[in-house]
Design a protein around this ligand. Structure first.
Ligand code: NAP
Length: 292
Protein backbone atom coordinates (compact mmCIF):
# COMPACT_ATOMS: atom_id res chain seq x y z
CA UNK A 1 0.00 0.00 0.00
CA UNK A 2 1.34 3.41 -0.98
CA UNK A 3 0.33 6.61 0.77
CA UNK A 4 -0.59 9.39 -1.64
CA UNK A 5 1.42 12.04 0.12
CA UNK A 6 -0.20 15.31 -0.92
CA UNK A 7 1.96 17.31 1.43
CA UNK A 8 5.19 16.08 -0.18
CA UNK A 9 3.77 16.36 -3.72
CA UNK A 10 2.57 19.91 -3.07
CA UNK A 11 6.04 20.80 -1.73
CA UNK A 12 7.57 19.62 -5.03
CA UNK A 13 5.05 21.73 -6.97
CA UNK A 14 5.89 24.78 -4.83
CA UNK A 15 9.58 24.28 -5.67
CA UNK A 16 8.72 24.16 -9.39
CA UNK A 17 6.64 27.32 -9.05
CA UNK A 18 9.48 29.03 -7.15
CA UNK A 19 11.73 28.30 -10.13
CA UNK A 20 9.12 29.74 -12.50
CA UNK A 21 8.94 32.93 -10.42
CA UNK A 22 12.75 33.28 -10.43
CA UNK A 23 12.73 32.80 -14.20
CA UNK A 24 10.05 35.48 -14.62
CA UNK A 25 12.11 37.81 -12.41
CA UNK A 26 15.27 37.25 -14.40
CA UNK A 27 13.31 37.85 -17.62
CA UNK A 28 12.08 41.16 -16.17
CA UNK A 29 8.48 39.93 -16.10
CA UNK A 30 5.79 40.69 -13.52
CA UNK A 31 5.61 38.53 -10.39
CA UNK A 32 2.24 36.73 -10.04
CA UNK A 33 -0.07 38.39 -7.54
CA UNK A 34 -2.93 36.46 -5.88
CA UNK A 35 -5.63 38.21 -3.85
CA UNK A 36 -7.97 36.46 -1.44
CA UNK A 37 -11.23 37.88 -0.17
CA UNK A 38 -12.28 36.49 3.19
CA UNK A 39 -15.68 37.24 4.72
CA UNK A 40 -16.22 36.57 8.44
CA UNK A 41 -14.22 34.53 10.93
CA UNK A 42 -15.16 30.91 10.20
CA UNK A 43 -12.26 28.83 11.57
CA UNK A 44 -11.98 26.60 8.48
CA UNK A 45 -12.04 29.50 6.03
CA UNK A 46 -9.49 31.52 8.03
CA UNK A 47 -7.06 28.59 8.12
CA UNK A 48 -7.51 27.80 4.38
CA UNK A 49 -6.88 31.43 3.41
CA UNK A 50 -3.91 31.67 5.79
CA UNK A 51 -2.41 28.55 4.18
CA UNK A 52 -2.95 30.05 0.70
CA UNK A 53 -1.19 33.31 1.65
CA UNK A 54 1.66 31.31 3.24
CA UNK A 55 2.06 29.25 0.05
CA UNK A 56 2.29 32.50 -1.98
CA UNK A 57 5.02 33.81 0.32
CA UNK A 58 6.99 30.58 0.05
CA UNK A 59 6.81 30.53 -3.75
CA UNK A 60 7.59 34.22 -4.12
CA UNK A 61 4.15 35.28 -5.39
CA UNK A 62 2.75 38.54 -4.16
CA UNK A 63 -0.43 38.18 -2.12
CA UNK A 64 -3.11 40.44 -0.73
CA UNK A 65 -5.68 39.45 1.86
CA UNK A 66 -8.89 41.46 1.91
CA UNK A 67 -11.10 40.88 4.93
CA UNK A 68 -14.71 41.82 5.56
CA UNK A 69 -16.95 41.44 8.53
CA UNK A 70 -19.62 38.73 8.06
CA UNK A 71 -22.26 41.47 7.86
CA UNK A 72 -20.78 42.89 4.64
CA UNK A 73 -23.41 43.50 1.96
CA UNK A 74 -23.56 41.68 -1.35
CA UNK A 75 -23.27 45.05 -3.08
CA UNK A 76 -19.95 45.90 -1.38
CA UNK A 77 -18.59 42.47 -2.18
CA UNK A 78 -19.63 42.79 -5.84
CA UNK A 79 -17.95 46.19 -5.94
CA UNK A 80 -14.74 44.67 -4.58
CA UNK A 81 -14.90 41.89 -7.20
CA UNK A 82 -15.33 44.56 -9.91
CA UNK A 83 -12.31 46.46 -8.54
CA UNK A 84 -10.17 43.32 -8.50
CA UNK A 85 -11.26 42.50 -12.06
CA UNK A 86 -10.04 45.95 -13.15
CA UNK A 87 -6.86 46.04 -11.04
CA UNK A 88 -3.95 45.22 -13.36
CA UNK A 89 -1.62 44.45 -10.46
CA UNK A 90 -3.82 41.47 -9.45
CA UNK A 91 -3.43 38.41 -11.70
CA UNK A 92 -5.87 36.10 -9.95
CA UNK A 93 -8.17 36.17 -6.96
CA UNK A 94 -10.50 34.02 -4.94
CA UNK A 95 -13.50 34.76 -2.80
CA UNK A 96 -13.29 32.15 -0.05
CA UNK A 97 -16.47 30.05 0.22
CA UNK A 98 -18.82 29.53 1.96
CA UNK A 99 -20.20 33.06 2.14
CA UNK A 100 -22.81 34.20 4.69
CA UNK A 101 -26.39 33.23 3.77
CA UNK A 102 -27.43 36.77 2.76
CA UNK A 103 -24.90 36.73 -0.08
CA UNK A 104 -25.67 34.89 -3.34
CA UNK A 105 -22.51 32.83 -3.95
CA UNK A 106 -23.31 32.18 -7.59
CA UNK A 107 -23.76 35.88 -8.24
CA UNK A 108 -20.31 36.55 -6.76
CA UNK A 109 -18.69 33.71 -8.71
CA UNK A 110 -20.27 34.91 -11.96
CA UNK A 111 -19.01 38.44 -11.34
CA UNK A 112 -15.37 37.30 -11.29
CA UNK A 113 -13.42 37.84 -14.53
CA UNK A 114 -12.97 34.22 -15.79
CA UNK A 115 -9.34 35.04 -16.63
CA UNK A 116 -8.68 35.83 -12.96
CA UNK A 117 -10.90 33.04 -11.59
CA UNK A 118 -8.09 30.94 -10.09
CA UNK A 119 -10.55 28.82 -8.09
CA UNK A 120 -11.95 27.73 -11.48
CA UNK A 121 -15.59 28.06 -10.39
CA UNK A 122 -16.85 30.49 -13.07
CA UNK A 123 -19.34 28.91 -15.53
CA UNK A 124 -17.03 29.88 -18.41
CA UNK A 125 -14.14 27.91 -16.90
CA UNK A 126 -16.42 24.97 -16.06
CA UNK A 127 -17.72 25.03 -19.65
CA UNK A 128 -14.19 25.04 -21.04
CA UNK A 129 -13.33 22.11 -18.80
CA UNK A 130 -16.32 20.14 -20.11
CA UNK A 131 -15.27 20.86 -23.71
CA UNK A 132 -11.62 20.04 -22.92
CA UNK A 133 -10.51 23.57 -23.86
CA UNK A 134 -7.68 25.38 -22.06
CA UNK A 135 -8.94 27.30 -19.03
CA UNK A 136 -8.57 27.47 -15.27
CA UNK A 137 -9.56 24.15 -13.72
CA UNK A 138 -11.35 23.94 -10.36
CA UNK A 139 -8.59 23.73 -7.76
CA UNK A 140 -9.52 20.60 -5.78
CA UNK A 141 -10.34 18.34 -8.77
CA UNK A 142 -7.20 19.58 -10.56
CA UNK A 143 -5.16 18.83 -7.41
CA UNK A 144 -6.54 15.29 -7.29
CA UNK A 145 -5.73 14.77 -10.98
CA UNK A 146 -2.18 16.01 -10.32
CA UNK A 147 -1.83 13.66 -7.33
CA UNK A 148 -2.91 10.75 -9.54
CA UNK A 149 -0.64 11.85 -12.41
CA UNK A 150 2.47 12.36 -10.30
CA UNK A 151 2.00 9.00 -8.62
CA UNK A 152 1.62 7.36 -12.05
CA UNK A 153 -1.66 5.68 -11.12
CA UNK A 154 -3.26 4.00 -14.13
CA UNK A 155 -6.81 5.26 -14.67
CA UNK A 156 -7.58 4.10 -18.21
CA UNK A 157 -10.45 1.62 -18.33
CA UNK A 158 -10.86 1.69 -14.54
CA UNK A 159 -14.17 1.85 -12.74
CA UNK A 160 -14.11 5.05 -10.72
CA UNK A 161 -16.72 5.81 -8.09
CA UNK A 162 -16.93 9.43 -6.99
CA UNK A 163 -19.13 9.94 -3.94
CA UNK A 164 -20.45 13.50 -3.64
CA UNK A 165 -21.62 15.67 -6.54
CA UNK A 166 -20.77 19.20 -5.44
CA UNK A 167 -20.00 21.84 -8.06
CA UNK A 168 -16.53 22.32 -6.61
CA UNK A 169 -15.37 18.70 -6.24
CA UNK A 170 -17.44 15.68 -7.32
CA UNK A 171 -19.13 16.94 -10.49
CA UNK A 172 -16.03 18.54 -12.12
CA UNK A 173 -13.89 15.58 -11.07
CA UNK A 174 -16.33 13.21 -12.80
CA UNK A 175 -15.75 15.18 -16.04
CA UNK A 176 -11.96 15.23 -15.67
CA UNK A 177 -11.64 11.51 -14.94
CA UNK A 178 -14.16 10.53 -17.63
CA UNK A 179 -12.60 12.55 -20.43
CA UNK A 180 -10.18 11.25 -23.01
CA UNK A 181 -6.88 12.11 -21.32
CA UNK A 182 -4.17 10.92 -19.01
CA UNK A 183 -5.22 10.72 -16.23
CA UNK A 184 -8.71 10.06 -17.55
CA UNK A 185 -10.56 7.43 -19.58
CA UNK A 186 -12.21 6.10 -16.43
CA UNK A 187 -15.73 4.72 -16.43
CA UNK A 188 -17.11 7.12 -13.88
CA UNK A 189 -20.03 6.65 -11.52
CA UNK A 190 -21.11 9.76 -9.62
CA UNK A 191 -22.90 8.84 -6.39
CA UNK A 192 -24.85 11.08 -4.01
CA UNK A 193 -27.24 10.91 -1.10
CA UNK A 194 -30.00 9.38 -3.26
CA UNK A 195 -27.79 6.55 -4.55
CA UNK A 196 -29.44 3.32 -3.45
CA UNK A 197 -26.75 0.68 -3.98
CA UNK A 198 -23.61 2.46 -2.79
CA UNK A 199 -21.94 -0.59 -1.24
CA UNK A 200 -22.40 -2.67 -4.42
CA UNK A 201 -20.93 0.17 -6.48
CA UNK A 202 -18.02 0.77 -4.12
CA UNK A 203 -17.10 -2.94 -4.07
CA UNK A 204 -16.88 -2.83 -7.90
CA UNK A 205 -14.77 0.32 -7.97
CA UNK A 206 -11.07 0.29 -8.84
CA UNK A 207 -10.84 3.91 -7.71
CA UNK A 208 -12.99 5.45 -4.98
CA UNK A 209 -13.00 9.19 -4.39
CA UNK A 210 -14.96 10.28 -1.32
CA UNK A 211 -16.14 13.91 -1.19
CA UNK A 212 -19.04 13.65 1.23
CA UNK A 213 -18.12 15.43 4.45
CA UNK A 214 -19.12 12.52 6.71
CA UNK A 215 -16.27 11.36 8.96
CA UNK A 216 -15.24 7.70 8.53
CA UNK A 217 -18.13 6.99 6.13
CA UNK A 218 -16.13 4.57 3.91
CA UNK A 219 -15.45 1.36 5.82
CA UNK A 220 -13.23 -1.60 4.90
CA UNK A 221 -16.25 -3.72 3.90
CA UNK A 222 -17.04 -1.18 1.13
CA UNK A 223 -13.63 -1.42 -0.56
CA UNK A 224 -12.22 -4.19 -2.76
CA UNK A 225 -8.65 -5.41 -2.40
CA UNK A 226 -6.15 -3.31 -4.36
CA UNK A 227 -8.44 -0.30 -4.78
CA UNK A 228 -7.16 3.27 -4.99
CA UNK A 229 -8.90 5.41 -2.36
CA UNK A 230 -8.76 9.20 -2.36
CA UNK A 231 -10.27 11.01 0.60
CA UNK A 232 -11.40 14.57 0.00
CA UNK A 233 -13.49 14.91 3.17
CA UNK A 234 -12.36 17.25 5.89
CA UNK A 235 -14.57 17.54 8.93
CA UNK A 236 -13.51 19.21 12.17
CA UNK A 237 -14.19 16.80 15.01
CA UNK A 238 -13.89 17.78 18.67
CA UNK A 239 -10.73 16.44 20.24
CA UNK A 240 -9.91 17.50 23.77
CA UNK A 241 -6.44 15.93 23.51
CA UNK A 242 -5.43 18.60 20.97
CA UNK A 243 -4.47 22.09 22.11
CA UNK A 244 -6.84 23.62 19.51
CA UNK A 245 -9.66 21.31 20.66
CA UNK A 246 -10.33 19.62 17.30
CA UNK A 247 -8.80 17.49 14.58
CA UNK A 248 -9.55 17.01 10.90
CA UNK A 249 -11.21 13.72 9.99
CA UNK A 250 -11.68 12.39 6.47
CA UNK A 251 -14.56 10.47 4.90
CA UNK A 252 -12.55 7.22 4.96
CA UNK A 253 -11.95 5.06 8.03
CA UNK A 254 -8.26 5.14 7.25
CA UNK A 255 -6.90 2.51 9.66
CA UNK A 256 -9.17 -0.28 8.46
CA UNK A 257 -9.36 0.72 4.77
CA UNK A 258 -5.64 1.41 4.16
CA UNK A 259 -4.41 -2.21 4.39
CA UNK A 260 -6.77 -3.18 1.51
CA UNK A 261 -5.61 -0.41 -0.82
CA UNK A 262 -2.94 -0.14 -3.49
CA UNK A 263 -2.91 3.65 -2.88
CA UNK A 264 -4.69 5.79 -0.31
CA UNK A 265 -4.59 9.49 0.52
CA UNK A 266 -4.55 10.53 4.18
CA UNK A 267 -6.42 13.35 5.92
CA UNK A 268 -4.76 15.68 6.67
CA UNK A 269 -1.85 15.74 4.21
CA UNK A 270 -3.59 14.35 1.12
CA UNK A 271 -5.93 16.36 -1.08
CA UNK A 272 -5.85 19.56 1.03
CA UNK A 273 -2.26 20.61 0.19
CA UNK A 274 -2.88 19.67 -3.47
CA UNK A 275 -5.84 22.05 -3.62
CA UNK A 276 -3.58 24.92 -2.52
CA UNK A 277 -0.89 23.83 -5.00
CA UNK A 278 -3.51 23.91 -7.81
CA UNK A 279 -4.52 27.40 -6.85
CA UNK A 280 -0.88 28.48 -7.19
CA UNK A 281 -0.59 26.71 -10.57
CA UNK A 282 -3.73 28.53 -11.73
CA UNK A 283 -2.31 31.88 -10.60
CA UNK A 284 0.81 31.31 -12.68
CA UNK A 285 -1.39 30.22 -15.62
CA UNK A 286 -3.51 33.36 -15.22
CA UNK A 287 -0.49 35.67 -15.53
CA UNK A 288 0.94 33.65 -18.42
CA UNK A 289 -2.41 33.78 -20.27
CA UNK A 290 -2.41 37.60 -19.95
CA UNK A 291 0.43 37.88 -22.42
CA UNK A 292 -1.27 35.57 -24.95
P1 NAP B 1 -20.95 19.16 -0.26
O1 NAP B 1 -21.47 20.32 -1.02
O2 NAP B 1 -20.74 19.27 1.21
O3 NAP B 1 -21.92 17.93 -0.59
C1 NAP B 1 -21.74 16.65 -0.07
C2 NAP B 1 -22.05 15.63 -1.13
O4 NAP B 1 -22.08 14.35 -0.49
C3 NAP B 1 -23.43 15.83 -1.80
O5 NAP B 1 -23.34 15.60 -3.18
C4 NAP B 1 -24.30 14.77 -1.12
O6 NAP B 1 -25.35 14.30 -1.92
C5 NAP B 1 -23.28 13.67 -0.86
N1 NAP B 1 -23.72 12.81 0.23
C6 NAP B 1 -24.14 13.17 1.46
N2 NAP B 1 -24.49 12.07 2.16
C7 NAP B 1 -24.28 11.01 1.35
C8 NAP B 1 -24.47 9.63 1.52
N3 NAP B 1 -24.95 9.10 2.65
N4 NAP B 1 -24.18 8.82 0.49
C9 NAP B 1 -23.69 9.32 -0.68
N5 NAP B 1 -23.49 10.64 -0.89
C10 NAP B 1 -23.79 11.47 0.13
O7 NAP B 1 -19.60 18.63 -0.93
P2 NAP B 1 -18.15 19.33 -1.01
O8 NAP B 1 -18.24 20.80 -0.91
O9 NAP B 1 -17.51 18.68 -2.18
O10 NAP B 1 -17.45 18.83 0.34
C11 NAP B 1 -17.33 17.46 0.65
C12 NAP B 1 -16.21 17.29 1.67
O11 NAP B 1 -14.98 17.62 1.04
C13 NAP B 1 -16.32 18.20 2.89
O12 NAP B 1 -15.80 17.52 4.01
C14 NAP B 1 -15.40 19.35 2.54
O13 NAP B 1 -14.88 19.99 3.69
C15 NAP B 1 -14.32 18.62 1.80
N6 NAP B 1 -13.53 19.45 0.87
C16 NAP B 1 -12.20 19.36 0.98
C17 NAP B 1 -11.40 20.07 0.11
C18 NAP B 1 -9.91 19.93 0.21
O14 NAP B 1 -9.20 20.70 -0.42
N7 NAP B 1 -9.41 18.96 0.95
C19 NAP B 1 -11.97 20.91 -0.84
C20 NAP B 1 -13.36 20.97 -0.94
C21 NAP B 1 -14.14 20.22 -0.07
P3 NAP B 1 -26.57 15.25 -2.42
O15 NAP B 1 -26.00 16.03 -3.58
O16 NAP B 1 -27.63 14.29 -2.83
O17 NAP B 1 -26.94 16.11 -1.26
Amino acid sequence: MTILDGKATAAIIREELKEAVLKRKSDGKKIPHLAAVLVGNDGGSVSYVTAKVKACEEIGFESTLIRYDETVSEEILLQKVANLNQDNSIDGFIVQLPLPKHIDELKIIQAIDPKKDVDGFHPQNIGKMVLNLPGLLPATPAGIIELIRRNEIETEGKNCLIIGRSNIVGTPLSILLGRNGKPGNCTVTLAHSKTSNLKTLSLEADIIIAAIGKPNFIKANMVKDGAVVIDVGTTRVEDASRARGWRLVGDVKFDEVAPKCSYISPVPGGVGPMTIASLMINTLKAIENKSK
